[in-house]
Design a protein around this ligand. Structure first.
Ligand SMILES: N[C@@H](CCC(=O)NCCCC(=O)O)C(=O)O
Length: 254
């Protein structure tokens, strides 16, 4: 595989998982594949060890940050809601890492793409709140993953998303609507202050946001463009636009 001369380094915060008697800091390969194959970037996994990380040094050496999806949910303490079983499972180490990383990346002008759990983390980092189970709210769709053994089926395209006219996302994917997949229970309730809505589902669920006044690409999407980044035009466009911002930063830092 050949890479362009300027190959951005993109930090990907890990989840913490327990298996085979070890604690792993890990991330799914679908996100890494999209970064390598479509963004033409090199992913750099960041362990969920917020207390041990010098964020300024890391952000000075990388060209972008991508937050992945995960079955875990942002701990409700982070947005002032009492925890319940409905909010579980949690990953407090990832919460600690991403909360600081998001704000410091935005401040430093490091491009940020936040997917699914990442989109929810972005909203919470900006003071927003989440609903624990979107499908339990009257009039809302069921956004959860379908039960199926095959990942291709679970990540199959499910519903429309309307793109906000004249927003940043419209410049990337066009006027829309676009068709997206859906594998989440939670969703944005109160929008974080300083975020703009970029796309919504037919039931009003906020599907994409951007950081107002960001120095560079800073966007969250509730769906999973990584899964179809090689074959779906809108998914590819998101990873290419993110890569372009990361390459611009890499060239500035060279
Ligand atoms: N846990 C949150 C975030 C959802 C998310 O990031 N899903 C990723 C896919 C997980 C899967 O394979 O089912 C929520 O549920 O809202």
């Amino acid at each position: 595989m050949t890479y362009p001369a300027s190959m951005p380094l993109i930090a990907v915060p890990c989840d913490v998982r327990l298996f085979e008697n070890y604690t792993w800091h890990a991330t799914p390969d679908t996100y890494l594949n999209a970064l390598v194959r479509v963004s033409k970037a090199t992913p750099v996994l960041l362990p969920a060890m917020a207390g041990e990380i010098d964020f300024e040094t890391v952000l000075g050496r990388i060209d972008g940050v991508m937050l992945t999806g995960s079955v875990s949910n942002v701990h409700p303490d982070r947005y002032g809601v009492p925890p319940s079983v409905a909010h579980e499972p949690f990953d407090p180490a990832r919460d600690r890492l991403t909360e600081t990383l998001i704000m410091k990346a935005i401040e430093a002008g490091v491009p940020l793409l936040a997917i699914c759990r990442g989109h929810q983390e972005l909203n919470v980092a900006f003071g927003g709140t989440l609903v624990p189970e979107v499908q339990e709210i009257e009039g809302r769709m069921d956004h959860r993953a379908i039960k199926h053994q095959e990942q291709r089926e679970r990540f199959a395209i499910r519903h429309d998303v309307m793109i906000e006219p004249e927003g940043h996302l419209e410049t990337i994917v066009g006027k829309g609507p676009i068709r997206v997949n859906s594998l989440h229970r939670q969703g944005i309730d109160r929008l974080g202050s300083g975020l703009d809505v970029e796309a919504t589902a037919p039931d009003g669920t906020i599907e994409a946001v951007s950081v107002r006044d960001a120095k560079t690409f800073a966007m969250g999407v509730q769906w999973h463009p990584e899964y179809w980044a090689e074959s779906d035009a809108a998914s590819r466009a998101i990873f290419e636009a993110f890569a372009e911002a990361c390459r611009a930063r890499a060239e500035r830092s060279a």
